[in-house]
Design a protein around this ligand. Structure first.
Ligand code: GAL
Length: 658
């Protein structure tokens, strides 16, 4: 297991390096990550490559028995490059050009930037291909983060038109038909007439906007692949390639599954609290991001930036309480991270990240944070159960087009994709049922339960796979606004909705209502109790014969419509939730889903997360399984006669559980 820190030796006098590394070793590190923002040091003037500083760092790392992950430095290009080639700079929607100064200001479609990238990455990787200490390359840093996913420069405009030529096989009529440009007389006669979706009056065509989203995703993934391929071409056989994906839930303008397929392993930067956040993310939210990251390659992953101190550029929020950041590190390991580096060794007194704290503060003394990381590293290094594969019976599915479709037309001003995803994810987390979070293109046939929150985009192929899943005995939980749109982001024409699957779901949606901020609708269980509340959205479901109504609306005009139904279909069952239902009702629905699927509900109490892992890579018979309990609260909790201190962890053998 690799355990380590992100280290920026270029920030400090070289004389400090030995002592830093000695203390890192003492803390439990066996790896450092270096180099990802140091292009200017490696190529101080155009064409003059100099890796001597890092030669020295690596030599010292070796004497201290530290391995190295080396970052390609393309997230921060040198000032001379921006000066000589301003065309590399990305442009805002309003035409403003981003200037040199922050980071990630480059345009992915800039041919010039691609060429300079090719040069520095090839030189760097070749230089260290035979270096045994470097065991992995990190490609760039958090691609697409901090707004760098969008660029509206002329290069992007032309590339977008080329992208469309490609997608529509040079046939402009095909595009017109797909977009429905007859509406508002927008018919194009040439691809060169197609705009980028910048400011206009009212709004752009939703199909064009979805194509723009796919084009952004493609631009980012193509740039990443170009670099990954270079690394693979020049690296040593012992070196792997990864990329550190940022958090921020589903607000990403590229499909990370595409990049993940190119990487040897996925890495993640886990910051449960960042910037001015007054509260950290909820344990279920952190868990969901970890399940999502694990789902990208359906295998365990690395964390290469694990938060230890408070973070922020201009605003700083919540300070993790003693042991709380350590608990987040355990939670990440328990949910599939099997190698971990902490951000960062020492905070820096200058530059944009003065308030991004490290393990060691700027006084250079070791204190609470150091001790917590030390305790953590020494413990987890002895825990084989934290490296075995994770087994889940439930998969919660997302689809890149669907996420973008919601981002384009929010429909209810109370709608937030992540919040709606969490509405269906959180009850499984509270029940301590392990979940995989997967893209719909992954094979979901082996699961007992699959969940599709707000899946408004549906095509025949996906519908077919859902049908076979249920037919062969699976339990499907479907959210509201199901299957109303096609892959062009248009409504399904002349079809009953949910399109392709209304018989599978057991009903049709006759009307819908957007429940904007502050609006709710009463719902009640069949039989008059308990009562429930719908917010954000509601579909009025007319159940088909045979479908059973679990909840229905309870206001004057819509009483006859169902809100939650269950439908038996061949060997399986479909639960369908037609509204943004409150937490208690959602846990009732998920409880029924679990029961139907024969999965035990292991809810313990508020915010006590329970995760089972096998001690051996083969899933055993339970004899060799261990249970990790994580107390996410600020007070002690008791489980199985053991008290778990605030923000602490308890490990037990499964066989000892009564
Ligand atoms: C990450 C980023 C790091 C550093 C850190 C600060 O998102 O990859 O370079 O900026 O945030 O918290």
């Amino acid at each position: 297991m690799y355990l380590g820190v992100d280290y920026y030796p270029e920030h400090w006098p070289v004389e400090m390096m030995d002592e830093d590394m000695r203390r890192m070793r003492e803390m439990g590190c066996n790896i450092i990550r270096i180099g990802e923002f140091a292009w200017q040091l490696m190529e101080p003037k155009e064409g003059q490559f100099d890796f001597s500083f890092f030669d020295q760092v690596i030599a010292k790392a070796k004497t201290h028995e530290l391995k190295v992950m080396f970052g390609t430095p393309t997230a921060t290009f040198p000032a001379w490059l921006a000066k000589t080639h301003p065309s590399i700079l990305a442009q805002e929607m309003n035409g403003e050009v981003r200037v040199f100064g922050g980071r990630r200001q480059y345009c992915y479609n800039s041919r010039v930037y691609q060429q300079y990238t090719e040069k520095i990455v090839s030189k760097l990787v070749k230089h260290y291909a035979n270096e045994p200490a470097i065991i992995a390359w990190q490609m760039d840093n958090e691609i697409g983060h901090e707004g760098s996913d969008q660029c509206y420069c002329e290069q992007c405009h032309l590339s977008f038109q080329d992208y469309l030529r490609d997608v529509y096989a040079e046939d402009i009529d095909r595009l017109n038909e797909a977009y429905g440009t007859i509406f508002w007389g927008q018919t194009y006669t040439d691809f060169a007439q197609i705009p980028m979706p910048t400011h206009t009056v009212t709004t752009h065509n939703p199909a064009l906007r979805l194509d723009w989203a796919r084009f952004r995703s493609d631009s980012i993934n193509a740039f990443a692949k170009m670099q990954i391929d270079l690394i693979k071409r020049h690296r040593g056989a012992h070196q792997q390639v990864t990329h550190n994906l940022f958090g921020g839930f589903f607000n990403r303008a590229y499909d990370q599954n595409v990049m993940a397929a190119e990487l040897d392993f996925v890495s993640y930067d886990n910051y449960p609290v960042w910037g001015g956040l007054k509260e950290p993310l909820k344990p279920a939210e952190i868990a969901m991001t970890l399940d999502y990251i694990r789902g990208l390659k359906q295998q365990n992953f690395w964390i290469v930036e694990q938060l230890m101190g408070a973070q922020g550029h201009n605003h700083i929020g919540y300070l993790p309480r003693p042991k709380q950041a350590q608990l987040w590190a355990y939670q990440a390991m328990a949910r599939g991270c099997d190698n971990m580096l902490f951000f960062r060794w020492r905070g820096m007194d200058r530059g944009a990240e003065q308030f991004c704290l490290g393990i060691v503060d700027i006084d250079n003394e070791t204190g609470r944070k150091y001790r917590e990381v030390q305790e953590f590293m020494h413990d987890v290094a002895q825990q084989p159960s934290l490296t075995t594969p994770i087994h889940a019976d439930v998969a919660i599915l997302y689809d890149y087009d669907n996420i973008q479709s919601w981002a384009i037309q929010q429909q209810s001003d109370a709608f937030d994709f992540t919040q709606e995803f969490m509405r269906l994810y959180a009850p499984f987390h509270s029940a301590n049922v392990m979940t995989d979070v997967l893209s719909t293109d992954k094979d979901f046939s082996k699961y007992k339960v699959i969940v599709l929150p707000v899946m408004q985009i549906m095509d025949e192929a996906l519908a077919h796979r859902l049908r076979s899943f249920v037919a062969s005995g699976g339990v499907l939980l479907m959210g509201y606004r199901a299957a109303i749109k096609n892959r062009h982001n248009n409504l399904h024409r002349f079809m009953p909705t949910p399109a392709f699957i209304h018989d599978l779901l057991g009903g049709r949606v006759r009307e819908s209502e957007s429940l904007g901020n502050g609006i709710s609708a009463p719902v009640v269980a069949k039989g008059g109790y308990p009562r429930a509340v719908a917010t954000v959205w509601r579909d009025m479901i007319e159940p088909s014969e045979g479908a059973q109504v679990l909840y229905h609306y309870d206001d004057k005009f819509y009483k006859e419509y169902a809100c939650v139904t269950v439908n038996a279909y061949e060997m399986g069952f479909v639960y369908w939730v037609g509204a943004g239902l409150d937490e208690i009702t959602m846990s009732d629905v998920v409880g029924r889903v679990l029961e139907k699927a024969g999965i035990a509900d292991k809810a313990i109490m508020d915010r006590l997360e329970r995760i089972e892992r096998s001690e051996f890579s083969e899933q055993g018979d339970g004899q060799n399984s261990v249970v990790w309990y994580l107390n996410h609260t600020s007070h002690p909790q008791t489980v199985q006669f053991c008290t778990i201190a605030p923000y602490s962890v308890l490990k037990r053998q499964l066989s000892d559980e009564s």
